[in-house]
Design a protein around this ligand. Structure first.
Ligand SMILES: Cc1ncc(COP(=O)(O)O)c(C=O)c1O
Length: 399
């Protein structure tokens, strides 16, 4: 795996040479390439579907399509983007279980043949609008240790999954397999075990009733690097392999081990990005336990949505000032009281930091630009520049 300093060093060189307007996100495509290769090397037999929502920069999608990735898409917009960037329609999987019938129709008309569901209504829409397609059924897991959990929004019980997949076959669809997602930024490699166990039970029940599922979709969840320590990729690979052997082993002998499908998002792009921001204002507001308020030109609404609840705590570097560090409250530039980045978590930044000084928010390639609002308070969405040291390309407008 590429050492992340390599990618960040290339990005810093790019920022120094081109001085793009602040704020901006810069993605190092070599790191994206490396992350994809690391996953493909770890799971050579698996289908790797990049979760486009993590970072939909066309350069990222195009690079991954050329590298052989498939794509987990959530909307007609993501279908169109992937196809425009050269992905084959059959490599797309419509993983969002909340979708309009018209959106299913559109995806089907563009050649998408794999959909995920978790409800009867959605399944019937798929049968009507995408006849003959393959269907995964998403099961609900308890939130376990992910820094950005799904809070019960998606998935059904294993019993419902058995019924839905049986019904899928009756409706002329292909029952593809069980899917689940352990929550994003999952720090516990054993968190996949419960989902794999449930999936094995559903798969065995269906096999006994004559419906053979040939795949298992274990979703996303692999982490990026923030302030917390994260286990290395090999720990996730080992824990997941051990779970599959334990839960699918005996069944595998009769029905064949299911093809593994992964939907990595954050792991592929998170560490590939650096978000450059600039200090707008430093203010002393008295009672805030002596901490300075440092206002940046990026906040909750133009790139740092994942700082909500201080769930994701980015590492922050100060390339312009290196005075003695002092505690700060970090906030964004809008007039919204929610636009505070870190208050509970105490960050320390140089005491000589002032307006115009740059800060580097590290490993910020995932769920930053894609979450940015179209213009809350008139602040434009966060622009993305993708750099590729192989082709020496970089500066461009917003995604
Ligand atoms: C269905 C689905 N698959 C994959 C992902 C990607 O997850 P991650 O970025 O944690 O890898 C998500 C993220 O929300 C998702 O909703």
């Amino acid at each position: 795996m590429t050492d992340e300093t390599g990618g960040h060093a290339r990005i810093r060189r790019f920022l120094d040479e081109h001085a793009p307007a602040s704020p901006c996100l810069v993605i190092d495509l070599e790191t994206v390439r490396d992350r994809y290769r690391a996953l493909a090397g770890s799971w050579p037999e698996a289908d790797l579907l990049y979760a486009v929502k993590a970072n939909p920069a066309p350069e990222v999608v195009g690079l991954l399509a050329r590298s052989g990735a498939g794509f987990d898409v959530a909307s007609p917009g993501e279908v169109a983007l992937c196809l425009a960037e050269g992905a084959r329609p059959e490599s797309l999987s419509y993983g969002n279980t909340i979708k309009k019938r018209a959106d299913i129709e559109y995806a089907h008309s563009m050649g998408v043949r794999t959909f995920t569901t978790d409800s009867l209504q959605d399944l019937e829409n798929i049968a009507a609008a995408a006849p003959g397609s393959s269907v995964f059924c998403r099961i609900l897991l308890e939130d376990t240790g992910a820094l950005t959990p799904f809070r019960g929004k998606f998935g059904c019980s294993p019993e419902t999954a058995v019924r839905l997949l049986q019904r899928a076959a009756e409706l002329g669809l292909r029952a593809g397999g069980v899917s689940f997602h352990v929550g994003s930024q999952q720090l516990d490699p054993r968190a996949w075990d419960a989902g794999i166990a449930e999936a094995a039970t559903v798969t065995a029940k269906l096999a006994a009733a004559g419906t053979v599922l040939d795949a298992l979709n274990i979703g996303g969840g692999l982490p990026g690097r923030y302030t917390q320590r994260t286990p290395p990729l090999r720990d996730y690979v080992a824990a997941i392999a051990e779970s599959i052997d334990r839960h699918f082993g005996p069944m595998g002998a009769d029905a064949g081990t299911p093809r593994l499908v992964l939907e990595p998002g954050r792991f592929i792009v998170g560490d590939a990005g650096l978000l450059q921001t600039e200090v707008v204002l430093v203010a002393d507001r008295g009672p805030a336990d002596g901490r300075r308020w440092v206002y940046l030109d990026v906040g909750r609404y133009n790139g740092l949505a994942e700082a909500e609840g201080e769930a994701i705590t980015y590492r922050i570097a100060s390339p312009d000032k290196d005075g003695p560090p002092g505690p700060v409250i970090l906030a964004g530039p809008t007039c919204d009281g929610d636009d505070i980045i870190y208050q509970r978590n105490v960050y320390h930044l140089p005491t000589d930091l002032g307006p115009g000084d740059r800060l580097h928010i590290l490993n910020a390639g995932a769920y930053t630009a894609s979450y940015s609002s179209v213009g809350f308070n008139g602040f434009p969405p966060l622009p993305t520049h993708c750099i590729d040291h192989r082709t020496d390309t970089g500066l461009r407008g917003s995604v």
